[in-house]
Ligand binder design. Structure first.
Ligand code: ADP
Ligand code: MG
Length: 259
């Protein structure tokens, strides 16, 4: 049955996965935060990552865009068939290919909304200012905050700031977007406006890894559900199957707490 995540990863006619993690381990000192992570994400897949606090979800995202190194023990990460580069220009290019949206927005506080979205394309992609501004205005329009372009981040609501953060990530024309609990810091009434932007991206075929406990979103936009606990992937299946019929006691226990 092509209904589990691993089968879904292979289902793309022999195409190489866009993101590949093979036997990835990650220690912080003597503490092992990730253990034997194997994850192939094909082009266009929306993979939801769920699990208790401290299970390694953020660490997983951070290793994929090289905010964290992984253990040097033979495990590896590839983006679009290329091994994760370690430094210099290849690393800057990787960061452009792998966009990340954080829980805490992380906009540049002393730059305008427009500058937040133009900075990366000008510095890393070498766009002229006028070109970068045109593209930024289109992206800000798409996420519904074009009329706020001249404001500073602190003048926007949390939901608006997070939509700007998504526009900023898109401006780098990433191959894959990582979202680390993008709605957990938001007031409840602002959650849906951010999820709606993400649902739109999913429909357009953006490859996404989304750490979230928003089950409505997971069911609606997720192709795959990865459940983590204690730094390991315990389940790799579809959202439907996970939420209706979790296979492990850890997942049942976790769902009992959040449902
Ligand atoms: P999650 O996002 O699932 O809540 P994290 O990936 O943030 O989990 O953390 C996984 C584990 O790794 C936690 O026990 C956390 O304390 C530990 N950890 C994360 N980052 C560091 C770090 N920089 N130094 C030491 N321990 C860390
Ligand atoms: Mg986290």
């Amino acid at each position: 049955m092509p209904s589990d995540g691993a089968a879904a990863a292979e289902g793309h006619q022999g195409q190489k996965p866009l993101v590949r993690l093979k036997a990835v381990n990650k220690h912080f000192g003597s503490f092992q935060a990730l253990t034997d992570i194997n994850l192939d994400i094909p082009q266009g897949q929306v993979a939801i990552v769920i699990g208790p606090s401290g299970s390694g979800k953020s660490t997983l995202c951070r290793t994929i865009n090289r905010l964290e190194t992984i253990d040097d023990d033979g495990g590896y990460i590839e983006i679009d068939g290329e091994p994760l580069p370690l430094e210099g220009k290849p690393l800057a290019r990787l960061r452009a290919d792998v966009g990340m949206v954080f829980q805490s927005f992380n906009l540049f506080a002393h730059k305008s909304i427009l500058e937040n979205v133009t900075l990366g394309p000008i510095k890393v992609r070498g766009l002229k200012k006028a070109e970068a501004e045109k593209q930024a205005m289109e992206l800000l329009d798409r996420v519904g905050v074009a009329h706020q372009a001249k404001k500073m981040p602190a003048q926007l609501s949390g939901g608006q700031q997070q939509r700007v953060a998504i526009a900023r990530a898109l401006a780098m024309k990433p191959k894959v977007l990582l979202f680390d609990e993008p709605t957990s810091a938001l007031d409840p009434e602002m959650v849906q406006e951010v999820l709606d932007v993400m649902i739109g991206l999913a429909k357009e075929g953006m490859t996404m890894v989304v750490v979230t406990h928003e089950m409505g979103f997971a069911r609606k936009a997720g192709d795959r559900l990865v459940f983590m606990a204690d730094g390991k992937i315990l389940e790799d299946t579809t959202p439907e199957s996970f939420f209706t019929n979790p296979a492990t006691d850890r997942a049942k226990d976790f769902l009992g707490k959040i449902l």
